[in-house]
Write a protein that binds this ligand. Structure first.
Ligand code: ZN
Ligand code: ZN
Length: 257
């Protein structure tokens, strides 16, 4: 998808029917990525603490690795969007489920978790510094919630050192507009510290796959360097997947590239 100065080749945070408040099948999401000229999509349905999410005993996440790595010409990365449960960065995904998946996303959702009451900058900074050390997580998703503002000068460099990709989430510009100012601050910190980002749609319907316009417009406004956008380069995405995930060994059924 081309938009202004940036051309993105992958959408690395999307949802399917399995999340129940999303409305397309996995195949429809992959086909939508193909139609938009993307070469990769990550399917990242919600972990168990989100209402309506598949439960661990339902085997949804533990069987995803059996899908072909390439389907309809698109690399189909299988992952999960974990919920952060407390200020120590505890996630609601088992080691076993993580081990079978290619891609881990961590985010805070407003679900009234007991462990996330009375946030402040110090607690939220600690939270993200803990998540930064979690080896199963690749993407720090939509972390711009002003209620959970954190010290970007401490946290963003820690994300970089731990190979975490900081997400700029297009959906935020539509449904979490109170976060937009913070998102800009986070992007500016990534630029300052040279920390790679990913731009994602967080699509909950096929028509939204590859929809990045608002995020890219903001990045253009702050003159964000293209070379720090991981999903603006097929080569960079593959290098990251090779070095920081086990996708190429985890997925034994390759399908058709
Ligand atoms: Zn959702
Ligand atoms: Zn999501």
């Amino acid at each position: 998808m081309s938009m202004g100065r940036y051309h993105l080749i992958a959408d690395l945070h999307t949802h399917t029917l399995a999340s129940t408040h999303a409305y397309s099948t996995l195949t429809e999401m992959v086909q939508a990525a193909a139609n938009k000229g993307l070469s990769a999509i990550a399917i990242t349905d919600h972990a168990v603490s989100m209402p309506g999410a598949p439960k661990p005993e339902e085997f949804y996440f533990s069987c995803l690795h059996e899908l072909p790595l390439y389907h309809r010409g698109v690399m189909t990365i299988v992952g999960i969007e974990a919920n952060i449960m407390d200020f120590d960065g505890t996630l609601d995904v088992s080691e076993k489920d993580f081990a079978r998946l290619d891609w881990g996303i961590a985010s805070i959702h407003h679900l009234g978790q007991e462990g996330l009451q009375d946030p402040n900058v110090e607690k939220s900074t600690h939270l993200w510094l803990q998540v930064a050390k979690n080896p199963h997580i690749n993407v720090i998703a939509h972390s711009g919630d002003p209620l959970f503002s954190y010290d970007v000068d401490r946290v963003i460099p820690a994300f970089g050192e731990n190979h975490k990709l900081v997400e700029i989430n297009n959906h935020t510009f539509e449904v979490r507009t109170q976060n937009v100012e913070n998102c800009k601050k986070i992007a500016l910190a990534c630029k300052k510290y040279g920390v790679p980002i990913v731009v994602d749609s967080d699509a909950h319907f096929e028509a939204k796959v590859g929809y990045f316009s608002f995020a890219l417009q903001m990045l253009e406004e702050i003159d964000f360097p293209e070379e720090l956008i991981l999903n603006a380069s097929e080569e960079r995405l593959r290098a990251y997947l090779r070095e920081h995930t086990h996708i190429f060994t985890n997925r034994t059924y390759l399908g058709e590239e």
